[in-house]
Design a protein. Structure first.
Length: 98
């Protein structure tokens, strides 16, 4: 048995089941919600691109495809950080503990 595993088991066995659990950091919750919204926006854009046969032409160039995927990801992150579709606010409110 590894040292870390042994230490973790010892800490778990001595921890009181009635001890209060640490609260989730609201900033981390909001950040996770924004990341999820960015992922969702990126998937929606990828789906639109795939259904239309591509943006700006139908080139089969691998580097152009990689650049477009990266650009789509960055755009989705920027859109989500600026408010996006408003989902991150709803998700964060749903995850915050009263």
């Amino acid at each position: 048995m590894g040292m870390e595993l042994r230490d973790a088991l010892a800490a778990a066995s001595t921890a009181s089941p009635l001890a209060p659990k640490p609260k989730d950091d609201p900033a981390k919750v909001r950040d996770a919600a924004k990341q999820f919204e960015a992922l969702l926006i990126g998937q929606m854009m990828k789906s639109m691109k795939d259904s239309e046969g591509g943006w700006m032409g139908t080139g089969d160039d691998e580097s152009a495809s990689s650049a477009m995927e990266y650009g789509t990801e960055i755009f989705a992150q920027a859109m989500a950080s600026a408010g996006g579709l408003g989902l991150s606010t709803l998700i964060a409110k749903g995850l915050e503990k009263p």
